[in-house]
Design a protein around this ligand. Structure first.
Ligand SMILES: [Zn+2]
Length: 449
């Protein structure tokens, strides 16, 4: 079911002559920079030539390249990635119908390879941290294979354990298995690359006796909580997210990540800001299916905001540059306040994502002492010439295919545009066959036409 372990060894590197967009507020941009990576750690970011080259390090001429921290994706349903292509405009082929129809026919191997497939695409786009938001855990094995996929892919992140898809509203998720899962995956098995969270349905989809119990167990276990907030509360009208009521119940706080919140009222936004609750926005899926992401309002209120893909099975792609370009354009049309700048958006996609996941001391900026999660963009393509401000260029003209090299924790996972792991390449090559087998299984059971 699994791939052979084929993570490349960590590579000591010295990059010279690179344009560094460090996203570290104390360092800023460094033109003509030298960046050193030793044992998976960034050991130097400096102007000019290196003081000394670590013995055995590969020296890379970075002229014409922009270096930036790897992107952080804070909400991504990796499990349903193989449904892309089946979801479309034909009747009965919308995202929710396809998810409902084919979700039950996923076997653990499908979950493993769906996650590997999505993570391969993440790496090609320069995304080095992914929050795997699993809202279809049907058995202990389902959760385990997801974690295994994340570790095998070598991508940093979080796995958030959720209920199986379509769990009845009045039925709690399997809290005993959640406890067992946490026991099964202690820190030492996760290699410093992954932490664990819990994905709850909350008051939007479950009654008080369910969400209060789930919330209490999550907090008892000390797990960060994530929850979709894409519609009004069950017993309220549809004018807002009802987050003020969640605040009254003591549910908000820095341990909660709310996803979407496109219907947040001004009072809801204030409740988010004062409680330190985090918000993950998936702008393209929100624009397609929910409404406007409230980027300007959330930024202005000081709410911690991060960026996410949501799912490969909706009409979107994990192309961060294209997504940020859309956000800047929509916000210019909607608010025009000048708050949503390319540099601020890049921070949302890097450092603020790391803060959302509680790992800003590890990743999110090119800072000596942090782990080497690093992206090299080729700035010599016609779309990025003639050159100008690098942040403006990336957000306004960049493409995911400009990403040439990607390191996570000092391992080169993308080299000159090629995935270095044979298993990652296999995840892509076999995606059609795995999807076809899944559909055939559902069809044989009479659940798919
Ligand atoms: Zn989602």
């Amino acid at each position: 079911m699994f791939a052979e372990e084929d993570l490349p060894d960590r590579q000591d590197l010295v990059l010279t002559g690179v344009t560094a967009l460090t996203m570290d507020p104390a360092i800023g941009d460094v033109p003509d920079a030298t960046i050193a990576v030793v044992d998976g750690e960034i050991t130097a970011v400096s102007a000019g030539l290196p003081e000394r080259t670590p013995p055995g390090a590969r020296v890379v001429d970075g002229r014409g390249l922009i270096a930036l921290p790897g992107f952080v994706d804070t909400h991504w349903h990796l499990w349903n990635s193989l449904l892309r292509g089946t979801v479309g405009d034909a009747p009965g082929r919308d995202y929710f119908s396809v998810k409902r129809g084919l979700g039950p026919y996923h076997e653990p191997a499908d979950f493993y390879w769906a996650a590997r497939f999505a993570l391969a695409e993440a790496v090609t786009a320069g995304i080095t941290t992914v929050h795997n938001w699993d809202h279809n855990v049907r058995s202990p094995e389902d959760a385990d294979v997801n974690v295994r996929a994340q570790l095998d892919a070598g991508v940093r992140g979080r796995f958030s354990y959720g209920p199986r898809d379509s769990t009845p509203a009045d039925e709690p998720m399997d809290l005993d298995d959640l406890r067992a899962f946490v026991q099964r995956w202690p820190d030492r098995r996760r290699g410093g690359l992954l932490d664990i969270g819990v994905a709850l349905r909350g008051p939007y989809r479950t009654p008080p006796q369910v969400y209060r119990r789930e919330w209490a167990v999550a907090r008892e276990l000390g797990l960060p909580i994530t929850m979709h907030c894409d519609r009004c509360l069950r017993e309220e009208g549809c004018s807002s997210c009802g987050l003020t009521r969640l605040a009254d119940e003591g549910l908000l706080g820095p341990d909660l990540q709310v996803v979407h919140a496109v219907h947040a009222s001004p009072a809801d936004v204030t409740a988010l800001a004062t409680s330190g609750t985090r918000v993950s926005l998936s702008p393209i899926t929100e624009l397609r299916t929910m409404g406007f992401p409230l980027v300007t309002e959330l930024f202005e209120a000081g709410v911690p905001v991060s960026l996410s893909t949501d799912t490969l099975a909706m009409p979107t792609a994990p192309d961060v540059f294209t997504t940020l370009r859309a956000v800047e354009a929509v916000e210019a049309a909607r608010c025009g306040s000048g708050v949503v700048t390319p540099r601020r958006l890049l921070r949302m996609a890097t450092l603020d994502g790391a803060s959302d996941l509680g790992i800003a001391d590890v990743t999110g900026s090119l800072t000596p002492g942090k782990r080497a999660d690093l992206v090299l963009v080729d700035a010599r393509g016609s779309n990025l010439l003639p050159s100008g401000d690098p942040a403006e260029a990336l957000v306004r003209q960049g493409r995911a295919t400009d990403v040439r090299t990607v390191l996570v924790d000092g391992r080169v996972l993308l080299d000159e545009g090629e995935l270095t792991q044979p298993s990652a390449r296999a995840a892509v090559a076999d995606a059609d066959a795995r999807r076809d087998a899944l559909v055939a299984r559902a069809r044989a059971a009479g659940a798919w036409d």
